[in-house]
Design a protein around this ligand. Sequence first.
Ligand SMILES: Cc1ncc(COP(=O)(O)O)c(C=O)c1O
Length: 393
Amino acid sequence: MQPIKNDKPTDIKIHFNKPFIVGKELYNIAQAVLNGRLAGNGEFTRRCQEYIEKTYRAKKALLTTSCTDALEMCALLCNIGPGDEVILPSYTFVSTANAFLLRGAKLVFVDINAKTLNIDAKKIEPAITPRTKVICVVHYAGVGCEMDSILAIAKKHSLIVVEDAAQAMNSQYKGQYLGTLGTVAAYSFHETKNFISGEGGALIINDESLIERAEILWEKGTNRGKFYRGEVDKYTWVDIGSSFLPSELTAAFLYAQFEMAEEITKRRLTSWSYYRDRLRALEEKSLVRLPFIPETCTHNAHMFFIILNTEKEQKDLLARFKENKILAIFHYIPLHTSPMGKSMGYREGQLPVTESLSMRLIRLPLYFDITPAEQDSVIDVIYSFFNLKRTGE
Ligand SMILES: Cc1ncc(COP(=O)(O)O)c(C=O)c1O
């Protein structure tokens, strides 16, 4: 079978990300077709949700078509409306912000901690006003935020904690899985994540009182869930909602990845450590900084990045990767300095840690089946950039 043409640049030697299959993905899709159910909320959706609930000890999981959708459901479940304020980092993907903006909230961006790149817990309390309703944390690179402090602040001020755990499935904070600490949370199964289904996500509901409404929002504002369970004899329109649930084809693909979750995580951790062990010498010389994992956290090896000392080094090293046909990328343009952020009145200089780090960070290629030889090519470019020879490996 010939692969159909894709739109990825063809002269790249090492891609930043490569989607992968590990087991029964295509077989499961055939099963879904043979079962005669392609629409959502079927057998594979149920299996995926049960897997998440059991493995991560989550009260309720609902598959969604993306993490973006799951975040929008979080905002709906929090009853966010005009006049409400939401505290969040500016150093995140746009979906964290859009979810709340779509409901008319005011976004209050808070700076990050320079070590973890997660929201700085110490800067949350000064940003709280009588209108604050939600603290939305983002576990950057799959490494947990300071959840004890954040949950204590939320409790003190009666705020809801939403976890954007897009990158953080299978990571822990003090022995509890990320995504199960806040009131609600969102995971991503986009093809760049650890477990993938092309596009895909999950909403995690940790507050039992929100489960019934979540199912209704998910089923387009109907009580179809109750109908399926035989609790009502007809289903009808009972609330707002939208098309949040994915097709069984997506769930079938995803379930095969869950079945191989241990193998996927093991391979990613090996690749992550390969970079860390070989780049450590550069950190010792203070030429780069590597990811920092707090003692309270275990991580899922979602991302490997280096932080350079200057903005110019970031630009020059990115160019050097490009010359060597390697796709490495920067992350992110802070939301408060984006055109949207500026239209809300934000400006450069307001969140100095976010601004400085985003201009110095480079994400290295990391995917399920990256080989040591490919990683060596990436590492060699970095060493040659600093005019150094690799030693001590
Ligand atoms: C922190 C964060 N939030 C949300 C998203 C959106 O995820 P999705 O692409 O599944 O909608 C991403 C995707 O990269 C992300 O990194």
